[in-house]
Ligand binder design. Sequence first.
Ligand code: F6P
Length: 319
Amino acid sequence: MGLAIMCSGGDAPGMNPAIKKFVDYVYKSHQIPYFIYDGLEGLIDGNIKQAQHHDVAGILHNGGAIIGSSRSKRFYDYKYRKIAFENLNKYGITGLVVLGGDGSYNALERLNSEFGIDCIGIPSTIDNDIYGTEYCLGVDTALNVIRSAVDNIRDTASTFKRAFVVEVMGRECGYLAAVTALSSGAEICVIPEMCFNKDIAGYTLKKEVKAGRRYILAIAAEGCNRTQEIKEWLEKDIGMETRITVLGHIQRGGNPTVKDRMMAFEFVVRGIDLLRSKQKVHHAIGYQKGEFIAMDIHEVNDGKYTIPSEITRDLHFLD
Ligand code: F6P
């Protein structure tokens, strides 16, 4: 039986450890592992090769993904999905593991429902926005990259009596911003899921500045598109010189943390065990309350992730 692995969408630290575990565990299970290079685009173009142990030697500590990734417009067209299926057939691949986010899960659902390919989704996105799992690969590394940047910014902010608005990634989801604001003790957090109460924030911060507050840290989720507006408000209303730092793609790179490596191993083992179970498999592996679970991929695609209230309840000025 041939089993393939592919990355799709934005890369996430933890993909390489997952790829390594995939090759080692599939061989250990007496099956043949295949790589699909460059995501769905590579699948359509037949960019497929049998993986060898030496391909995955020395990759555990690297961010990114040695097999590449892509976002594919062609895959929306049935004609190309059929070509993708035929390419899998050519190599005798009956099961597919995809490391990716919600867009990738939609592609998997299509391959499964249209062509009966067994598939496993492993949540891999720094956005942490996939329904049915508390954790996606890459999140811990991204949060630590952001933490380090915000710690540095605080040094200069406090020295110079400045406010900073730090914009973090997350697409439509405010998870990275919310956890960063909590763990960095930021005064302000602006996320798409909640309403930032400017009046109360303004009243409180002005009082604090008068009483000697030297700096303000604001964390803004990119999905709000309010970074510039918050900067202007801090300058005009609160009266503090303000700078913006947009962290951008540095958040997606870097050596995966120990947590991301260990989670990668476990996600992959659970996925392969399911694929070997000889049932019809169209599942996403998730992590909930300390347990790994398998959910129907259709259900995951239909659901909407929400940030746990234990995270949002302690953020300031959010309704
Ligand atoms: O989904 C991961 C992510 O990094 C988002 O946080 C961000 O909005 C998007 O991808 C950026 O995409 P690109 O790398 O195509 O600019």
